[in-house]
Write a protein that binds this ligand. Structure first.
Ligand code: GZL
Length: 326
């Protein structure tokens, strides 16, 4: 697994914090051992199946463990998500689960929780490691290695195309860690391993299906010689499939579509021959997120970065995997 700059920073920060004999100035606030907790979950938005599945997973686990859940939905606004976290602090939650919509604007929320003595676990997305450190400013990051997801999709695409073709890229939410890192992982791999695979254009579709379709339509009109569409998530990939068909072309025939998430509609599109591959990024955070909180409350040391394993779906396994997709 590629050790990214943010993981090195996080590990060194945690290492430093871990060496502290007494609670250091920068240490994460403690969590009392309790049977149940009052927890906050600050969601970014509910604009696609991935976010809805993540929310359901967190709500189910809170219910299962008898925890009181203070849930907020920032409706796509980082500023509102900061306000949501501040309101949880004011309500006196014991612990906060945060999926920071964007890497920089959510720093004030992380620091406000720390100042209020409330531990924060980043789930799914991260914050800029030069501004806040795991194991020091927040407990930890648990989620996928987005750079690796981009690399895996790039490697599959290189193999499938023989390293030749012209790519348009549909980026996720601007400023979010998945968009930043999925772009870095994919683009760097293509540039390093396949000079004859040209990266023609790249534009954000905000992880949304219809925006993805609109952006794909525009880019396909500007680049009719496109042979590959790389989408940072399945929703935009499915939107791109509609755009390709609207342009009178065959997805999976004239244009190869590759993506990330592993949602049911995408796995079905692979079975139907309209999508080439998708790297899973499971939204089912509930069990692991709450397990980390309870372990922390019991005094266990929590690693600063906890990576979820991602499966990879293509025609070789899509039929078998469909039932387990979200
Ligand atoms: C990734 C997650 C992304 C998904 C999108 O962990 O943050 O946000 O890939 C979702 O589908 O909107």
């Amino acid at each position: 697994m590629l050790i990214t700059r943010r993981k090195l920073l996080a590990a060194s920060a945690a290492g430093a914090a871990g060496l502290a004999i007494l609670p250091a100035f920068g240490e994460v606030p403690p969590l009392k051992k309790k049977d149940t907790y009052k927890v906050g979950f600050a969601q970014t938005e509910s604009n696609n199946p991935w976010r809805l599945a993540q929310t359901a997973s967190m709500q189910d686990e809170a219910k299962k463990r008898g925890c009181q859940l203070v849930y907020t939905d920032a409706a796509g606004s980082a500023a509102k998500q900061v306000a949501d976290v501040n309101s949880m602090i004011a309500q006196g939650v014991d612990f906060i689960f945060l999926a920071p919509r964007e890497e920089k604007p959510l720093i004030p929320a992380v620091m406000a929780a720390k100042k209020a003595g409330i531990p924060v676990l980043l789930i799914d997305r991260s914050v800029d490691p030069s501004l806040a450190k795991a194991g020091e400013d927040y407990l930890a990051f648990v989620g996928s290695n987005f750079i690796e997801e981009g690399q895996r999709v790039a490697d599959w695409t290189i193999k499938k195309t023989g390293g030749k073709g012209k790519i348009i890229e549909l980026e996720g939410t601007i400023g979010s860690s998945p968009a930043n890192d999925r772009k870095k992982g994919f683009d760097d791999t293509i540039k390093a391993k396949a000079p004859d695979l040209a990266l023609l254009a790249s534009q954000s579709g905000d992880f949304a299906r219809d925006k993805g379709r609109q952006v794909a339509e525009t880019l396909l009109q500007a680049h009719p010689d496109t042979t590959v569409v790389y989408a940072h998530n399945d929703e935009m990939a499915i939107g791109a499939i509609a755009a390709i068909e609207a342009a009178g072309k065959k997805p999976g025939g004239d244009i190869l579509v590759v993506s990330i998430d592993g949602e049911k509609d995408a796995v079905q599109a692979i079975i139907d021959g309209k999508m080439g591959a998708t790297c899973e990024c499971s939204p089912r955070f509930g069990p692991k997120a709450f397990e980390i909180m309870y372990k922390y409350g019991s005094g266990e040391k929590i690693p600063p970065v906890i990576i979820n394993p991602d499966r990879f779906f293509d025609a070789s396994n899509a039929k078998d995997m469909l039932a387990t997709a979200f």
